[in-house]
Design a protein around this ligand. Structure first.
Ligand SMILES: [Zn+2]
Length: 259
């Protein structure tokens, strides 16, 4: 296999509002459940491909709302995390998951190294090159990277009580400020590094781009049962935009060396 997508299929990423004047850069690693036609359905049913194992339902709508409200550029991955997960280091067992939340992914079993390489070069690398390029262009202007995700209310039998969570890699102060700003808006309990902490061995987007560009970064996770309608997504975008702007004010005041 030398090519994964035919010319009629989307590029690996989409950029929305690329010239926006806002100081934040938005990314959405799991925006889509699209699978390249050449891979069929990866052996999954339509309902499995619609489930959280394939993407983050509702995350794109929140990210689009934030791009509009904050006049911010947004980069979205165009393909399912099951083809290759843009937030897992290459070579991680869940980079191209063979099992996700108890579901075997037949199209990911027994892949050759060439098949893995093609997924990485066609989808993963262009997406991250686009983020890197945008952050480089906006060096000195961008003051924060926000990575927008959604999470399932129950995983492995564990109920997740937080309607929203804020995770950081090496920036507990920004995370705490963002948590407090969201809590002040009455959204309910805010997970601090819940439901997922960020670690370098499991996560890719924030550790890699933060290290290179030396920019504060947070992952925002919204529980997906709170994103069932366009209105609900807009309400979450409003909350996150307002909370972010209070964080941004602090980041700009404390521009020199709070990290
Ligand atoms: Zn996600």
């Amino acid at each position: 296999m030398t090519s994964l997508c035919d010319p009629s299929e989307p590029e690996a990423f989409r950029i929305v509002n690329g010239a926006g004047a806002g100081r934040v850069v938005l990314v959405c690693d799991h925006a889509s459940n699209r699978v390249p036609r050449r891979l069929g359905t990866l052996g999954l049913t339509p309902s499995q491909l619609d489930d959280h194992i394939a993407w983050d339902p509702g995350a794109e709508q929140v990210a689009q709302g934030l791009a509009q409200q904050l006049d911010a550029p947004l980069i979205l991955s165009s393909f399912s995390r099951l083809v290759i997960d843009c937030n897992r280091p290459l070579g991680h067992p869940n980079s191209i998951a063979m099992i996700s939340d108890g579901v075997t992914i037949p199209g990911n079993v027994n892949l050759s190294s060439d098949e893995r390489r093609v997924r990485a070069t066609t989808l993963f690398q262009p997406y991250h090159d686009a983020i890197d390029g945008l952050l480089s262009q906006r060096s000195g202007h961008a003051c924060c990277l926000l990575s927008i995700h959604s999470f399932t209310p129950i995983l492995d039998g564990q109920v997740r009580p937080w309607p929203v969570g804020v995770s950081h890699w090496d920036d507990p102060i920004s995370a705490r400020l963002m948590c407090n700003a969201l809590a002040d808006r009455g959204v309910g309990p805010v997970g601090n590094n819940e439901p997922y902490p960020i670690t370098e061995t499991i996560d890719y987007t924030i550790p890699v781009h933060t290290r290179k560009h030396k920019i504060p970064a947070l992952m925002i996770e919204i529980r997906n049962d709170g994103l069932c309608t366009p209105l609900a997504s807009t309400v979450w975008a409003n909350h996150i935009a307002a909370a972010y702007l209070s964080l941004e004010e602090w980041l700009l005041q404390d521009d020199i060396g709070h990290r």
